[in-house]
Each structure stands twice: as C-alpha cells, then as structure tokens.
Design a protein around this ligand. Structure first.
Ligand code: ADP
Ligand code: MG
Length: 520
C-alpha cells in the first residue's frame, strides 16, 4: 500500500498495449483488420526481399461468423521467406517488443509489435490462438505452433507444437489468425493497401482472396529486387547519451579510443584521437572508467564534430527508377512515367534517400489535384495524409509551371527510405516535417515534374503541328482537282508532290496518306 492508500504497480508491455490498442492502429474492428493484414504482409516482404528472394505472398480472408461488432475472420498470410528458427517463433509472435529488427537496418518493421498486436487483438476479441507454421530456409523440418500471449507476464504460451519433415524443400512462413473485423468498412483501405504495395513492389507476386470470394492476382512484372538493406554502425551525429553509455559499458575494459573506432561509422583512429583530445579524455583511458561528466563532454564533441564523414547510405534499400516505373506502369499503364532517386542525405545523423516517380495518363483518374502515393521504407502510407511532409511540399508547388492543368491524370509517388524514418506515430502513417527531408522531397518532386513538363510541352507542340498540318492537308485534294480540271495534270502526281513538300516541313510526325487526314 502506498501513501494515502494508492496502489503502485508496473504493467507489462502486453498489458499496456492491450489497454492502448489504438496507439498501434487497432482502434476498432475495421481498422484492426486492415492493420492485421498490413503487419503480416510487411513481415512477409521483409523476410523475402531482404534476403534476395523474389516474394510470393498469398493472403486469404474468410468470414467465419457474424457478431454484433462485425464478424470473425480467418486471416491467413503465407510467404516464401527465410522462415524463423523454431526456438524464436513463440517470442516472435507472442511476446511484445521481441524483434530481429532492433538493429540499424532499413526494414518495414521496427517496433517489434506488428505481429504480436495482430495476435493479441485476435486473442482478446475471438479467443482463438495464433497458428504459425514455419519452414526455415535450409531446414529439413516444418514446425507448427499454436500460440497465445500471457498478457500479464508478456510471455508466450505454447498451446501445441509439432514437427514434420519438409519433403518439398520449400521455405517460408504461414500465419493464421481468427480475429474480429469489419470487412465492409475495411474493404476499401485493404484493397488500397494491397494495390499500393503492388505498385512499390512490382517484383512481388501477390495473391489476395477477400471474404466475398474475389481473388486478385498482382503478377510479378519485373524480376529485379531492390538492393538488400544492410546493417550499419550508428553515426556519431545520431547518438544519444544512453546509447553512448551502454556502448562504453559493454566494452568497459577496452581503451575508449578503440571503442569509438569499433562502435561508430565514420570514426577512424585519427578522428577518435582528435575527438578525445578535444573532450580532454586520454585515448588510453578504459571505456568503463569515464565519469558521467566526461561522457557528456564526449557526446557533445562527437555531435558537433564537423569533419566526420557523413552517414553511409550504401546500406539503404532504395527502389531505383526501373522498379518505380515498372510498378506505375503495371497499375496505371500511363502514357508517360518516370522516376528519380536523389543522392543520399542526412538528418540528425541518419542517412536517408528520397525517390519520386510520376505517372501521367493511362488509368490515372483525372482529378483536381495529383493522386499522391506516399511510401516510407517501401510501406504505403494511407492515413493522416494531410499531415505528412509530402503534402506540405505539394502545397507550395505551382503545377502550372510544369504545364499541368487540373483536372489532370497525374499520379505522384514519393518514397523515403532510412534506417530511421521520422514517423508521426507508431501507426506508421505520416512522416514528420524534418527540414532536411522536406528539402529533399521538394527537390525530388521538382526534378520529376521538370521531366514531365518537357514531355507535356513536346506533346503540346506535336498536337499543334498535327493540327496545322491537317488544316493544310485538307486543301491538297481540292488544289489537285482544280489543277487537273484546268490543265489536265494528273491529280495523283500533284497531291503526292504537295504531300512530300508538307512532310518535309514536319518535325514530329509524317503524313503517310492523305486519306488519314482528309475526310471527304
Ligand atoms: P517487427 O516486424 O517490428 O520486428 P513483428 O512483431 O511484426 O515485429 O515481428 C517480430 C519478428 O518475427 C520479426 O522481427 C521477424 O524476425 C519475425 N517474423 C515475423 N513474421 C515473419 C515472417 N513472415 N517471416 C520471417 N520472420 C518473421
Ligand atoms: Mg513487423
């Protein structure tokens, strides 16, 4: 009993997220169904393309029974990824904040929450356990689990486990949940999410079966994968006091100079010695013996040190022009598509790359503003769009400068990739306006828009030339006939000559035959 009779206690992460589901995007049955599908697909994509595997993902939703708040749905997501070592499966799916992605590497997941929130929500709304079947790559066995979360303890409960031999040699993961959802209210979002995923991942084959029985197949349209993301050491400009302390602690018996060289990117021996002398710390001092004061000074010197190489970006997994254009072409079949990848840039010690793509015409609906498809680390962002940095930039772009007059069939793709994307919340839906990112997004958009402008201008000139040429060609038969009547010349020869003269003046196209342009 505490003072005044209050009860003090700590709760587990599972209990916290059980009580605060909306933080992770599970606020109501419709949103939860969308979030469940999304988290499972993102895990599947991470487990394939990061390891050089062209993803093949099957998603199936089936309604089992209707209930008051919606219905119980069976959600099954199957992939051909690397699988999960069986000893980690219970924690990976039934212990919150357990992840293989807590390293500095660009992934879709990052909070160690996604799969578990889906399992937790299913468990508390329908009571069904999660079923996970894994065939780890190169393993001779297939492992099946039925799992629940012990919410109070945040520990996995294994209800059943079995093992069979893997005769087919296939690898991957199947997750099956029974969860509360509301398909009719989630349908549009889920389709939009899957479609947008297909745009950004044209190298994936995605089969989606909805509860109404419709099946949509997004075929693979390019067999090139983005460069795999690789793990990096933290950059001195991005480090904080706690991280620095724990780095020094884990290597406490080593000289501090050595620890800096080994724990950070961009710090060689010369730089380490310079930083330490500036901070007034002997290079030989053991890392574990630094006082709090010294650690604070060291941090300050590191953060402000100007001549450290910028963070490395060669570990980032950007898409590149070919993949973005293939994705846009697959979905919109546009008359014009293009994309650019900006050079790496840095905010607060984190490297990032911005890409932008554009599709014009085809199946892009003509709207009063551009259709904006936002992505971060290859994840489509659907909610909170007006609060995203991309919209802030779009608001100050005058599209007339780029020959775009709305309504126009214009789709814009933005992709920001980084080991640390500054999301506005754990729901991963909008990107905060970090000035450096804002600047890069603007430059990227202006760059693709300039290309669009040249295309549209070229097209405008072509149309003008066609119109002019046609208005002249109209008179050719008339003139030939008149010459025939008056002087008996062969009208065919005359019109052929006149057409040749006209064609010799045309820059963007040629008229093959007068019957193409003259309707008599
Ligand atoms: P996060 O994706 O943020 O790490 P999750 O709860 O979604 O958190 O997943 C936890 C871990 O389980 C992942 O880090 C990954 O190691 C593993 N995992 C989940 N789904 C799959 C899958 N389909 N294939 C391989 N590994 C997976
Ligand atoms: Mg995840």
């Amino acid at each position: 009993m505490g003072q005044g009779g209050e009860q003090f206690k700590a709760i587990s992460p599972a209990e916290f997220f059980y009580k605060n589901k909306e933080i992770a995007g599970f606020s109501n049955p419709a949103r939860a169904l969308y979030q469940t599908v999304r988290e499972l697909i993102e895990n599947s994509l991470d487990a394939t393309e990061n390891y050089g595997i062209l993803p093949t993902i099957k998603i199936s939703l089936r309604e089992l029974r209707q209930v008051e708040e919606g219905a119980h749905y069976e959600v099954v997501v199957e992939d051909n990824g690397i699988g999960i070592p069986p000893k980690y499966v219970p924690q990976a799916f039934a212990q919150l904040l357990f992840s293989s992605k807590y390293v500095l590497r660009q992934t879709r997941g990052m909070f160690g929450l996604g799969a578990k929130m889906a399992v937790l929500y299913a468990q508390i709304t329908t009571g069904y356990p999660a079923e996970v079947i894994v065939a780890p790559i190169k393993s001779k066995h297939i492992y099946s689990f039925k799992l629940k979360i012990d919410i109070r303890e945040n520990k996995p409960v294994v209800l059943s486990f079995s093992m069979t031999s893997n005769v087919s040699g296939r690898h991957g993961t199947i997750v099956r949940l029974v969860t509360l959802g509301d398909w009719s209210r989630a349908k549009q979002r889920i389709y939009e999410y899957v479609r947008r995923t297909a745009v950004i991942a044209p190298y994936a084959e995605i089969l989606f079966r909805d509860p109404e029985g419709s099946v949509v197949l997004f075929e693979r349209s390019i067999s090139k994968l983005p460069p795999p993301a690789r793990e990096v050491l933290p950059h001195p400009h991005g480090v904080d006091i706690e991280t620095l302390k724990s780095m020094l602690q884990t290597q406490s018996v080593n000289p501090v100079a050595e620890v800096l060289v080994e724990s950070f990117q961009g710090v060689g021996e010369v730089t380490a010695h310079r930083i330490l002398s500036e901070a007034g710390i002997p290079s030989e001092k053991k890392a574990g013996e630094l006082s709090d004061r010294e650690i604070e000074t060291l941090l300050r010197v590191m953060k402000n040190s100007k001549d450290i190489k910028p963070p490395r970006a060669d570990h980032l997994s950007y898409l590149g022009r070919d993949i973005i254009v293939a994705g846009l072409t697959k979905i919109f079949n546009p008359e014009y598509a293009n994309a650019i990848t900006r050079r790496p840039s840095v905010y607060e010690g984190h490297a990032f790359i911005v890409e932008a793509g554009i599709a014009y015409g085809g199946r892009v609906p003509p709207l009063e503003e551009p259709l904006v498809l936002r992505y971060a680390n290859k994840i489509p962002l659907l909610y909170d769009e007006r609060s995203d940095v991309v919209y802030k930039v779009l608001e100050r772009i005058d599209f007339k400068l780029y020959e775009v007059e709305f309504p126009a069939p214009l789709a814009i793709v933005t992709h920001i990739c980084s080991t640390k994307v500054p999301y506005k919340g754990v729901g991963k839906e909008a990107i905060a306006d970090v000035p450096e990112i804002e600047q890069e997004v603007e430059s990227a958009l202006r760059e693709v828009l300039r290309d669009l402008r040249s295309y549209l201008l070229r097209k405008k000139r072509e149309i003008e030339e066609v119109e002019k040429a046609v208005s002249i060609a109209k008179y050719i038969p008339e003139v030939s006939n008149a010459l025939h009547k008056m002087y008996g010349v062969d009208p065919k020869v005359v019109s052929q000559k006149l057409l040749e003269i006209l064609n010799s003046k045309l820059k963007t196209f040629k008229i093959d035959s007068l019957s193409d342009v003259v309707v008599e």
